[in-house]
Design a protein around this ligand. Structure first.
Ligand code: SF4
Length: 351
């Protein structure tokens, strides 16, 4: 039996990242219904091959031997915040680790924030993950297992955001497969509208999504509408500046008719003034967008200031007064360094 290869990860993909026809091939199952049975156990959250009691005992033992267990990764630590957030560190089979977070809001929505890469190559200056460098892409199994680990601990998950470690549009094949597995009506059946991909502004990735889907929600970490400042804070802007980014977003919107979320990490000393708000309004222009204001979550060693309450209020009120939909994100998960931009207890792969 040969496991299938992920196009971007050198590691074989475990069944948790495969759809039924791929499971049949990877597990050497001749009967399609066996692969469907296995798939159905996986989406129900079975913890091991042995728990799949509708499969013959010899097959369960064979699969266990073949893969060395149902999951390619394991939870190496779990931290709970007083606000109900849960951060897991997930150890991958090559010794590297990523983090994922379950955030619960006051309306009871449970959102899984998943990682798509080990580390991140984008080096955004205000983000802890950006200080780690990049090790490798995750496979779809490693992405889905973060979801299953959170689900095992917190039950039904209503939303997924690809806003953890990494730039999801630089690992689109695996993220696309995870979106399929999350939304497959034969499997987990989550609406694509409950899934958000958040990018730092990878223009070819946005155009790829525009053309080929999936039709999930798109969020862009904009931070500022000033090209020079954005280049300083987000090196991606050197490659695709605000003009190119906006052209891609307009194309995305013309095709999908979907509203885009623009995320603004507000840094008290850099982009929280009235002039920045006005530049933003001019840049948005005809784009149909909602702005999510994320007060910067402090990270030891990074040279920025959190915005004051007065700055946050003035900034949001200025945008709202011009008719922009503007949401201020809460500081959830800060007690466990699990809030936006704080992930990074990642260890490198064992030598
Ligand atoms: S903000 Fe996102 S894209 Fe930027 S360095 Fe952090 S994880 Fe990477």
């Amino acid at each position: 039996m040969e496991a299938s290869q992920s196009p971007q990860s050198p590691l074989p993909v475990f069944p948790s990242g495969l759809e039924p026809k791929e499971i049949a091939q990877a597990c050497g199952l001749d009967e399609a219904y066996r692969a469907k049975q296995l798939y159905s156990w996986i989406v129900k959250g079975a913890p091991s091959f042995d728990a799949m009691t509708s499969l013959p005992q010899e097959l369960r033992a064979l699969l266990d031997q073949r893969f060395g267990g149902l999951r390619s990764s394991s939870v190496s630590s779990a931290l709970e915040d007083g606000d109900g957030s849960l951060k897991l560190q997930v150890r991958l089979r090559d010794g590297a680790a990523v983090e994922c977070v379950l955030l619960e809001d006051i309306e009871g929505r449970k959102t899984a924030c998943l990682s798509s890469q080990v580390g991140c190559p984008m080096a955004c200056q205000f983000c802890r993950t950006g200080t780690l460098g990049f090790l490798r892409n995750l496979g779809p199994d490693e992405i889905m297992e973060q979801f299953y680990f959170l689900k095992e601990r917190r039950g039904f998950i209503s939303n997924v955001v690809f806003m953890g470690m990494g730039e999801p549009l630089l690992n689109l094949p695996a993220v696309r497969k995870a979106c399929f597995l999350l939304s497959d009506p034969e499997g987990l059946g989550m609406s694509l509208r409950k899934i958000t991909i958040s990018t730092s502004g990878i223009v070819p990735g946005i155009l790829d999504l525009t053309e080929h889907g999936p039709k999930v929600r798109l969020a862009v970490s904009l931070t500022t509408a000033d090209d020079a400042l954005r280049t300083e804070l987000m090196p991606v802007n050197k490659r695709w500046d605000l003009t190119e980014l906006k052209a891609a977003l307009l194309e995305y919107q013309a095709k999908t008719r979907e509203r885009i979320t623009l995320e603004l990490v507000l840094l008290g000393d850099r982009n929280a003034d009235k002039e920045s708000a006005e530049k933003l309004l001019r840049w948005i222009g005809p784009l149909r967008a909602q702005v999510n204001i994320i007060p910067w979550n402090s990270v030891p060693g990074l040279p920025f200031k959190e915005p004051s309450k007065a700055q946050l209020k003035a900034f949001s009120e200025h945008l709202a007064s011009q008719g922009l939909i503007c949401v201020q994100r809460m500081h959830r998960g800060r007690g466990v360094m699990g809030a936006c931009g704080q992930l990074g207890d990642t260890l490198r792969a064992d030598p």
